[in-house]
Design a protein around this ligand. Structure first.
Ligand SMILES: *[C@@H]1O[C@H](CO)[C@@H](O)[C@H](O)[C@H]1NC(C)=O
Ligand SMILES: *[C@@H]1O[C@H](CO)[C@@H](O)[C@H](O)[C@H]1NC(C)=O
Ligand SMILES: *[C@@H]1O[C@H](CO)[C@@H](O)[C@H](O)[C@H]1NC(C)=O
Ligand SMILES: *[C@@H]1O[C@H](CO)[C@@H](O)[C@H](O)[C@H]1NC(C)=O
Ligand SMILES: *[C@@H]1O[C@H](CO)[C@@H](O)[C@H](O)[C@H]1NC(C)=O
Ligand SMILES: *[C@@H]1O[C@H](CO)[C@@H](O)[C@H](O)[C@H]1NC(C)=O
Ligand SMILES: *[C@@H]1O[C@H](CO)[C@@H](O)[C@H](O)[C@H]1NC(C)=O
Length: 391
């Protein structure tokens, strides 16, 4: 029998608080309510940050929210979201990071992303229109920029190593707060050039201490056809491979990347479809990310699959669809997370998680190899579909 890291037993989702033994793990009587926080903590600990919660800053009309900070992940990665209205201007002037690997995931809406390797002689400038679920990899040494082109857009940014949020805090116009959780300020910009971070040439040129090297001579190409320019061939029409190495920019359209199907115990109806976006090959093992789509935990999966697992790296799950339940050692009970919530579990912490709804999908980020997706991929089979079998 497999040692499932996806807990898979009894379908009823009962609070365990009253039944939990008063073992050492529960000293302090922490329960799942203590997992829910309003900002990412300053050191690694298990937490759930609800949708739209967390520290946020306004940079022009762009709102940057920080779900996992460098502090919260002990420097492993930053997970943040950017909401902004559509704009006729670049969201940031073209620039390079020498130290940071930046990843653009479109959680909703639409934006354009440009990327051209500065480290490869005469590299082709790539441009793509990213819609929901699309992904762009911007490794160190890549000239890049983006532009938000639909009114209800969320870019999810994953940056390795962590701590890059300090840039937005430093250049931000103000802390952003909204008692209603509004995505951004519903008002026209008072300046055509103030759409976002680093839209002023003098500002972006002063940011080298934040690992931002302005590339003001870069002219973003506008000759996109069917959402793509550059090595244009297969955008939303055929398979997209992950980047071949740690320095080549790459783009993966939703559902067109490599996929693996993991099957739970025979007859359990338990499946996971993993769609990696970054593996050791792209990140040199510094981080991994991708999506995992789960079937709900079945009523009759084996009791053995209830056991918790730990990973040697920090894990973040951003819920994209459906509902996830987590159990985390030290917190009595079960916590639920839905679309927009972020679950963070430090390395070496025992935990289990499962879906309650069909086709529950998470964006996972691991602070290195050996993370939450690895067993699914290793035990899984290569798979051509974005969904799992019907039974
Ligand atoms: C991270 O921690 C350092 C040291 O405590 C602090 O100065 C910094 O403001 C923190 N950063 C964030 C984004 O909270
Ligand atoms: C980009 O490439 C040029 C030419 O090789 C080099 O001079 C420059 O330092 C590079 N820029 C960065 C930020 O690495
Ligand atoms: C750079 O690429 C262009 C277009 O593909 C080509 O015409 C040019 O010869 C290349 N230059 C070098 C130095 O390879
Ligand atoms: C207008 O823009 C300037 C700088 O671009 C900013 O400082 C100011 O707060 C803005 N005013 C309003 C009312 O948004
Ligand atoms: C763009 O898409 C249309 C419709 O699928 C197709 O007919 C056309 O050939 C595409 N253009 C290019 C340059 O691929
Ligand atoms: C689980 O239940 C389904 C349907 O009720 C059944 O077909 C399957 O054999 C059961 N699996 C196990 C492992 O008992
Ligand atoms: C991985 O991390 C090392 C050490 O911080 C760094 O030198 C390297 O550039 C990183 N590589 C990638 C692809 O992120």
């Amino acid at each position: 029998m497999k040692a499932n890291l996806l807990a898979g037993a009894f379908a009823s989702v009962l609070p365990l608080a009253s039944a939990a033994p008063k073992s050492a793990a529960f000293t302090g009587a922490a329960d799942v309510n203590d997992l829910f926080v309003s900002t990412a903590p300053n050191e690694p600990k298990p937490y759930i940050l609800p949708k739209m919660a967390g520290r946020a800053v306004a940079v022009g009309q762009q709102i940057y929210r920080f779900s996992v900070t460098g502090n919260a992940s002990a420097g492993a990665f930053t997970l943040m979201q950017t909401n902004a209205p559509s704009s006729t201007a670049l969201g940031v002037l073209p620039h390079i990071h020498k130290e940071h690997y930046e990843n653009f995931y479109c959680t909703k809406g639409r934006f354009q992303l440009w990327a051209q390797s500065n480290s490869t002689a005469n590299a082709t400038q790539q441009a793509r229109v990213l819609t929901q679920g699309d992904y762009g990899a911007v490794p160190q040494g890549t000239i890049h920029s983006f532009q938000v082109t639909d009114p209800d857009t969320q870019l999810t940014g994953i940056i390795s190593p962590g701590g890059f949020e300090e840039l937005f805090i430093a250049i931000g116009d103000s802390a952003y707060t909204s008692s209603t959780g509004s995505e951004y300020v519903p008002a026209a910009s008072n300046s055509s050039s103030s759409s976002g971070a680093g839209s002023s040439a003098s500002l972006i040129s002063a940011l080298e201490s934040f690992d931002v090297y302005a590339q003001l001579d870069f002219v973003p190409r506008r000759d996109l056809v069917n959402g793509t320019a550059g090595d244009a061939g297969t955008w939303h029409t055929a398979a997209n491979a992950l980047a071949k190495d740690t320095s080549t920019p790459a783009f993966v359209a939703k559902g067109y990347g490599p996929k693996y199907l993991w099957r739970g115990d025979a007859g359990s109806g338990q499946y996971a479809v993993v769609a990696p976006l970054v593996t050791e090959t792209q990140s040199a093992g510094n981080f991994t990310m991708g999506t995992i789509t789960l079937s709900p935990r079945s009523a009759n999966a084996s009791a053995a699959s209830l056991s918790k697992s730990s990973f040697p790296v920090h894990t973040a799950l951003q819920i994209e669809e459906g509902e996830v339940v987590v159990e985390i050692d030290g917190f009595a009970g079960q916590a639920r997370a839905i679309q927009g919530d972020v679950v963070f579990v430090p390395k070496d912490t025992k935990w289990s998680w499962w879906a309650t709804r069909p086709f529950t999908k998470v964006l996972y980020v691991s602070g290195g190899t050996g993370g939450v997706e690895e067993q699914f991929v290793q035990e899984g089979e290569s798979w051509d579909w974005i969904t799992y079998p019907i039974a």
